[in-house]
Design a protein around this ligand. Structure first.
Ligand SMILES: Nc1ncnc2c1ncn2[C@@H]1O[C@H](COP(=O)(O)OP(=O)(O)OP(=O)(O)O)[C@@H](O)[C@H]1O
Length: 616
């Protein structure tokens, strides 16, 4: 389902739209008071002292015959200027502090949170009175102080929205593509804050109108005509001339209410756009030779050695991937196969250098030679929904080729879109991500990866969100990339994808590699019971009319891996020995001289039995 901006939902709501129109009207009248107000702010008409509405004075007059309508317009300038000052200070401080805290985290976040706690603990009214005592009549300074005192509340809201947005795939993709934090915050995080920030601004604006009026009423303000001063004057004649309170009271109340209605409308619109997003919106044969060395890491474009990735849980760290060894030679295509939750994506993230959330490499290493491009599972969500496709591609091109002129960047963007076989590249460049079909979005995702001029592309389940025909087209595109010499790592749970694109395969189970082999050999003669079970469960390999052999049980969760073979509970060949100690990787065919370049290993004590069965 498409993801639309909250503005689309906002304009469909009648009441908030009327409130927004009313606010705009008041602002225009106040702004053009010089042209619209029939009288000056101090222009007296002693013949009409404290008179009711008439043709000369639409809303009547106050003391000394001052025209009420004109004074509301002139007074609005003082009041709304003060409110504007407070709102600007509130917005600038709150948004920048919240954005930095949520995006950079660490000491910056700590400092912002502690400062906001201190500011929120001090009583705002007392601070404002102190400010006015030090700067008597300087209402603007009081409004600046109000903005500063209110900013921590906004900073907290912005921080929590930023924490969510920074985990979005398009932000992680932008990081992977080398965009600087400031550019990512400005282009990809800031636009998503607009809804929540406007809600906060309208609430704060309403509070600021109230305070400005109160200052005028208490005569703590500058003394210039303001809405508060009008209320103060009207209150002195409330007994004899009650009408006088009506115009100024109405303007203030209606302005505050309209701000509230706009805020409510924006909040509902943001919620509606989020809902759309969610809908569119994760044996023994002892004395076996040890595993061979993987290709020399000097030659490999990526070499992963003893990789362990862990996430903090309470006081502990839980391993989700442990002791993974992989290597990808230039021009090769490695598939990483396994069920959901086996650690494929985390391994891929470690290869790219962007592990999600709080995950960290706690042992081993990943060595990369050259640039790595990333194609996400759901390309649409790795694109920022608020930006045009062409602009997002151009941004990545500019980072990687700063020497290109504007027209050269534009030409490169169209080139990339053509390169991934998108018809009408100009139209695609002008589209927003949610206007594209799944297949088109996936091609744009591949173009984004290519825009980084990568030596290696890592693709995480690149076809799983697509229907079969589109899947075949995207796989053909990967094949073309390979023919052009691109090195690939493809994460998949689909044996068909592995067969179509990859020349070697690593099978992962419960956070470790259980089999590594050239793809053809793995598909025809698996050497691990888990691989054999995955192949037997592949619908394309089944016999029509026969039930597919589903694998009983589930992958054990990180933190509850058994000490012996992790597949033991689901394995049909399990023996007591399998459960006793952890199983190392064994060289499946030590006599094979090609093994050193393209190793065949299995983490099964009974791999020879498995091979015998599959060769039978
Ligand atoms: N943010 C996280 N915090 C803690 N554990 C996590 C987090 N993300 C993933 N994991 C754990 O890491 C393990 C591996 O996840 P990973 O996404 O790599 O699996 P996968 O094989 O790629 O499966 P899928 O195809 O569903 O993405 C999972 O068991 C999951 O429980």
């Amino acid at each position: 389902m498409s993801r639309r901006s909250w503005v689309t939902y906002f304009v469909r709501q009648k009441v908030p739209m009327m409130a927004a129109a009313y606010l705009a009207l008041v602002l225009l009248l106040v702004l053009f008071a010089g042209a619209i107000a029939p009288y000056g702010p101090t222009e007296q008409n002693l013949d009409a002292n404290l008179a009711g509405p008439s043709r000369e004075h639409l809303l009547g007059t106050g003391q000394l015959g001052l025209d009420v309508f004109s004074r509301i317009l002139w007074g609005g300038r003082t009041t709304l200027y003060g409110v504007l000052v407070a709102v600007v200070v509130f917005a600038v401080l709150g948004v920048s502090a919240g954005l930095l805290a949520g995006y950079l985290r660490g000491p910056v976040e700590w400092a912002v949170l502690r400062t906001s706690e201190v500011l929120q603990a001090v009583p705002a009214a007392i601070i404002l009175l102190v400010v006015l005592a030090v700067f008597p009549g300087r209402q603007v300074i009081a409004m600046v102080a109000l903005g500063v005192l209110g900013a921590p509340g906004l900073a907290r809201v912005v921080r929590s929205v930023t924490l969510g947005v920074r985990e979005e795939l398009y932000v992680r993709s932008a990081q992977t593509m080398g965009l600087r934090p400031v550019a990512i915050m400005r282009r990809h995080v800031l636009p998503h804050l607009s809804g929540p920030v406007i809600v906060q601004l309208s609430l704060f604006g309403a509070a600021a109108v109230g305070l400005e009026t109160a200052l005028g009423f208490l005569r703590l303000g500058s003394g210039e005509s303001s809405w508060g001063l009008l209320v103060a004057e009207a209150s002195r004649h409330l007994g004899a001339h009650p009408w006088l309170m009506v115009p100024s009271g109405f303007v203030i109340m209606s302005f505050v209410m309209a701000l509230g209605l706009v805020g409510d409308g924006v909040r509902d619109a943001v919620a509606a756009s989020m809902r759309t997003r969610v809908e569119s919106g994760a044996r023994p044969r002892a004395a076996t030779p040890p595993a061979p060395e993987l290709p020399d890491s000097e030659d490999a474009l990526v070499s992963v050695r003893g990789l362990t990735v862990s996430f903090p849980r309470g006081q502990d760290w839980i391993d989700v991937v442990r002791g993974v060894d992989l290597a990808v030679l230039p021009g090769g295509a490695l598939g990483i196969l396994g069920e959901s939750g086996c650690g494929k994506s985390i391994t891929a993230e470690a290869i790219v250098g962007r592990i999600r959330g709080t995950g960290q490499i706690t042992a081993g290493e990943v060595r990369r030679r050259g640039r790595v491009g990333w194609v996400a599972q759901d390309a649409a969500s790795s694109l920022d929904p608020s930006g045009r496709v062409g602009a997002q591609l151009a941004e990545v091109v500019r980072v990687h080729r700063p020497e290109l002129s504007r027209s050269q960047v534009r030409a490169r963007v169209l080139d990339l879109l053509e390169r991934v076989r998108l018809p009408e590249p100009r139209r695609v460049a002008r589209s927003r991500p949610w206007e594209l079909s799944g297949g088109m979005a996936q091609r744009v995702g591949i173009a984004m990866a290519l825009a980084t001029d990568p030596h290696l592309i890592v693709a995480d389940e690149p076809t799983s969100a697509l229907d079969t025909t589109v899947q075949a087209e995207v796989l053909a595109l990967f094949d073309e990339l390979r023919a052009d010499g691109m090195t690939l790592v493809v994460i998949t749970h689909d044996v068909g994808v592995l067969a179509a694109v990859c020349d070697s395969a690593a099978v992962m189970y419960a956070g470790e590699v259980v089999e590594l082999a050239p793809t053809q050999e793995l598909l025809t003669h698996p050497a691990h019971p888990y691989t054999a079970a995955l192949l037997a469960a592949d619908p394309r390999r089944g016999t029509p009319g026969e039930r597919l052999a589903a694998i009983d049980g589930t992958v054990p969760a990180p933190g509850s891996w058994p000490s012996g073979c992790r597949f033991a509970d689901r394995c049909l060949l399990v023996t007591q020995a399998c459960r006793e100690t952890s199983v190392p990787l064994f060289d499946v065919d030590p006599a094979d001289p090609t093994d050193a370049a393209d190793p065949r290993v299995s983490r099964c004590l009974r791999f020879a039995d498995v091979l015998d069965r599959t060769r039978a």
